[in-house]
Design a binder for this molecule. Structure first.
Ligand SMILES: [Zn+2]
Ligand SMILES: [Zn+2]
Length: 89
C-alpha cells in the first residue's frame, strides 16, 4: 500500500484510515477488518473499506478484473459513499 512518492498520512488521516479499516467490506459484506482503498492515491479521505479480494483479488478486485464490482453494480464512488455512511450515518 505504501509507494515511495506518496506523502505520509497526517495524524488525522491515519485516524480516519483506521476507522475505515475497522469496517466490513462495503462491496461484498465480508467481515472486517478491511483494507483501505484510496480512489485517488494519497487522498486518504477518499478511502473505501474493502476485503482483500474486492481490493486486490485478480478476478474480483478493483485492481483486477473487478468482477465482484460488476456483480454488485458498484463503482468506487458508491463504495466511498457506503464507507462514509457506515462511519457517520
Ligand atoms: Zn469484499
Ligand atoms: Zn487500492
Amino acid at each position: 500500500m505504501n509507494s515511495k512518492n506518496k506523502p505520509a498520512p497526517t495524524a488525522g488521516e491515519r485516524r480516519h484510515i483506521e476507522r475505515v479499516k475497522a469496517l466490513d467490506c462495503v462491496v461484498c459484506g465480508v467481515s472486517g477488518p478491511s483494507e483501505a482503498h484510496e480512489i485517488k492515491q494519497g487522498s486518504w479521505f477518499l478511502s473505501c473499506a474493502l476485503c482483500a479480494d474486492c481490493h486486490r483479488g485478480s478476478r474480483n478486485g478493483i485492481h483486477g478484473e473487478k468482477r465482484m464490482w460488476l456483480v454488485t453494480k458498484m463503482t468506487e464512488l458508491d463504495a466511498l459513499n457506503e464507507t462514509l455512511r457506515r462511519l457517520y450515518a
